[in-house]
Design a protein around this ligand. Structure first.
Ligand SMILES: [Zn+2]
Ligand SMILES: [Zn+2]
Ligand SMILES: [Zn+2]
Length: 492
């Protein structure tokens, strides 16, 4: 379904790149392999529209010499890309409505810039007649005139570089705008540079964020592994402080109705800015700081969605408590902080389906997650978490008998009738080559609920296992021996 060769109206392009030039990046090396080997793909959201995705090859991150990217999950060699665009454009006559690129900044510089221009000239077209959504292309150009012109035509756009934001003096309602933690810092520093004291600084801020713009949904991309500029030798990868007043004025002036937080382990902006920290003008917030330091906002949002699909540390903090979460990174503050910064009664989270997915002891994982999400006694909250696990997680080896045993459901949860399923793109990256194409895997899930009526807290943990793994991995006898096992509910 996602790869309709015969479709003549390709409209969704997902373009993923990779490549060599990231030797210089200061990302924690121990994370690199598991991270690159397992970059998750986003699900197809076009109705009948296939997507062209450039994914990025992976493999041996540091010595990789193959030049290919993925267009809608299909491997395309970089020297074929231009021809492919021309083919789509002239032979197939595509009308491109949505383009998502990812990690194209990792490509070799010359090709990267050509690709940026070709996307504009051959996929978007100079008038941008059909384009509705352009995500992440500024990662390549750091915000250029071509991109900012298209921004004005889209319903969904971003993440915005500061230079693009400055061009947005028109009046427009976006369905969705994307911003980054880096943009917040850039705005704070710009306002400081234009002023002599706090009062002037906030006047400048008021002039910089215009209420002629509005967006229904604001997507905030937050890096969880940025470093200080002078931390060359012993960098501490972490979330960095964000200027609260900048966030608040954006939420207010743009009339934001719901929020999406996208927590990323790795971005092309590995360093945070520190200039603004020299001034005491702005309040500092971080999602993993102690929540009681975070002042309660008086705004209200319909829904806060949290994507942890590209996260390593936040996810780890959700499923592991100290001492296993080492060092303790404060992620148990995530939910209470979200509710102070972006007050809402409805939070949904999606955990990774591709890498760093939980692989041992489902009973313990479920009870740790419950412990973490209820640690600060949430009230009036409906919380949904999509949790993807390996099938091996449901059993453990009894060392005395040397036999496999099936684990049960952690206490506190009640199994719900509802059966769930979803499709997720992924493919194993064998060393040396990325796959030719990323396949859709079917995942089946069951919902486990925790209800606390006195606090009006409802928590649904939707646990998904790959259908294939379920079909391959369990023998009848074992299932019968443990009639109340966790995994048994997937077969019942
Ligand atoms: Zn199809
Ligand atoms: Zn550009
Ligand atoms: Zn702090």
């Amino acid at each position: 379904m996602a790869t309709c060769e015969k479709a003549l109206s390709l409209s969704v392009f997902d373009i993923f790149g990779v490549s060599r030039s990231y030797k210089q990046q200061k990302t924690p090396k121990k994370h690199m392999d598991e991270f690159f080997d397992s970059w998750p793909r986003k699900p197809n959201f076009g109705k009948t529209s296939p997507r062209i995705e450039y994914a990025y090859g992976v493999e041996d991150s540091f010595t990789r010499s193959k030049d290919y990217i993925y267009i809608n999950y299909r491997k395309i060699y970089t020297h074929d890309v231009v021809g492919y665009f021309i083919f789509l454009n002239t032979v197939v006559g595509v009308k491109v409505e949505k383009i998502t690129t990812r990690r194209l900044w990792m490509l070799e510089n010359k090709f990267m810039l050509r690709l940026h221009d070709f996307i504009h000239s051959h996929l978007i077209g100079s008038n941008g007649t059909h384009i509705q959504s352009l995500i992440n292309l500024e990662e390549i150009c750091d915000g250029c005139e071509k991109c900012s012109n298209i921004a004005q035509k889209c319903l969904e756009y971003g993440p915005l570089r500061f230079s693009t934001l400055q061009t947005m003096t028109y009046s427009k309602n976006y369905k969705k705008l994307h911003v980054t933690d880096k943009l917040f810092e850039d705005i704070a520093e710009y306002c400081i540079s234009k002023s002599k004291n706090k009062e002037e600084c906030f006047k400048e801020l008021d002039k910089t964020i215009l209420s002629t713009l509005s967006c229904d949904k604001l997507a905030i991309w937050i890096s969880e592994s940025r470093v200080l500029p002078d931390e060359e030798t012993d960098p501490k990868y972490d979330h960095r402080h964000m200027p609260r007043e900048v966030i608040d004025i954006i939420l207010r002036k743009w009339n934001v109705k719901s929020i999406k937080l996208i927590i990323l382990h790795y971005t092309n902006e590995p360093e945070c800015r520190i200039e603004w920290l020299q001034y005491d003008y702005f309040t500092r917030v971080r999602l993993n700081d102690s929540y009681w330091e975070t002042k309660q906002s008086d705004l209200k949002f319909n829904h806060v969605e949290v994507s942890l699909s590209y996260s390593l540390d936040c996810v780890r903090g959700l499923g592991n408590l100290p001492p296993e979460a080492d060092p303790p990174a404060g992620y148990e503050n995530l939910i209470p902080n979200i509710r102070r910064l972006f007050p809402t009664d409805q939070i949904s989270m999606e955990l990774p389906h591709w890498y760093f997915i939980a692989c041992n002891n489902i009973e313990k994982k479920m009870s740790t997650i419950l412990q973490v999400v209820t640690m600060k006694k949430p009230q009036k909250l409906s919380l949904d978490i999509k949790f993807f696990v390996k099938s091996g997680i449901v059993k453990k080896l009894n060392e005395e008998t040397n036999r496999e045993e099936l684990l049960g459901i952690a206490s506190g949860y009640v199994l719900q009738e509802k059966r769930l399923h979803c499709f997720k793109k992924s493919s194993p990256f064998n060393r040396g080559h990325g796959p030719e194409v990323f396949l859709d895997n079917k995942w089946v899930g069951r919902r486990f609920q925790v209800e606390d009526t006195s606090n009006q807290f409802n928590f649904n943990l939707d646990v998904y296992i790959k259908k294939k793994e379920l079909e391959e991995g369990f023998d009848e006898e074992l299932l019968q021996e443990y009639p109340y096992s966790f995994v048994g509910h997937f077969f019942a």
